[in-house]
Design a protein around this ligand. Structure first.
Ligand SMILES: Nc1ncnc2c1ncn2[C@@H]1O[C@H](COP(=O)(O)OP(=O)(O)O)[C@@H](O)[C@H]1O
Ligand SMILES: [Mg+2]
Length: 261
């Protein structure tokens, strides 16, 4: 066990396409640029965070699936891989992870598998950021059972805004029943398009809604094609194009997160 005070943060939203994975990858990279050590845990079978960090799944490579399936013989250290950026490590995922949902169903204590598997690395990183799949599966519950904090990306779109309420209920239910240490650190508005009325409208709603106003990060993540482009080449935008909106937005989010400790 290292001596750092690790912040364990889930990036969660049951809706897909709201910027969870992009936030995990780029917030992680921005924290790393700010000299923090970061472990990204990819809990989505679609492994977009793994790809976004430029890690290829090779044959026989261990993934988070092996860790939660058989945590007796496989240790966290066996599944952690380095990315090409120092201080930014990854526990990769792959499609096998969808099998874990099924296989874990009848096992006792199944929601604590990830927590048990990662307990031993507490203190080794400044941040552990966990990406989640777009559904409330056992995989997501494993993440929320282990995390201490949640960051909720909310696309500046009416459906995403409307779905926040249900998501908060889910998080509160997990806090009540499984993980009393869990708290919501913030909501970050994503995919903001300043040219559209709808983006401005939803941002205003978030700012004026008493349920979310205090939790809303000042940083708004704008739509930026460089973000999608950087994902395509397996590089976080803060390393791919330092002078892009995408890069400056995620660097700003990282600074805010550091001030929220
Ligand atoms: N700020 C942004 N600007 C442009 N494209 C973005 C931005 N954030 C996310 N995207 C793109 O939107 C899609 C959904 O984002 P993603 O992070 O994969 O969402 P989720 O993980 O919530 O499903 C992806 O194609 C991603 O590249
Ligand atoms: Mg995703």
């Amino acid at each position: 066990m290292g001596d750092k005070k690790t912040r364990i943060i889930a990036i969660a939203n049951e809706k897909g396409g709201v910027g969870k994975t992009v936030t995990v990858v780029n917030l992680g990279a921005a924290l790393c640029r700010g000299e923090k050590t970061v472990l990204v845990v990819d809990m989505d079978p679609q492994f977009n965070a793994t790809r976004g960090l430029g890690v290829d799944i090779e044959d026989g490579m261990l993934t988070v699936y092996d860790l939660i399936k058989d945590n007796e013989s496989i240790k966290a250290a066996d599944v952690i891989v380095s990315t090409r950026w120092e201080g930014l490590d990854l526990i990769p995922s792959n499609v096998d992870l969808s099998g874990a949902k099924v296989e874990l169903i009848d096992e006792v204590g199944r929601e604590n598998r990830l927590k048990e598997a990662l307990e031993s690395i507490y203190g080794e990183y400044d941040f552990i950021l966990l990406d989640t799949p777009p559904s409330l599966s056992l995989l997501t519950v494993n993440v929320l059972a282990y995390a201490k904090e949640v960051i909720v990306p909310c696309q500046t779109h009416p459906y995403a805004y409307a779905a926040l309420d249900g998501l908060f209920d889910t998080i509160f239910a997990i806090r009540e029943n499984i993980n009393t240490d869990l708290s919501i650190t913030g909501v970050v508005a994503t995919l903001f398009d300043s040219r559209t009325r709808v983006s401005h409208n939803i941002l205003e709603k978030l700012k004026n809604d008493e349920r979310y106003a205090d939790l809303l990060f000042d940083t708004v993540i704008r739509i930026n094609t460089t973000i999608a482009e950087s994902a395509g080449v397996g590089k976080p935008v803060v390393f791919y194009r330092k002078r892009s909106y995408g890069s400056s937005d995620y660097i700003s989010l990282a600074k805010e997160l550091l001030s929220h400790s």
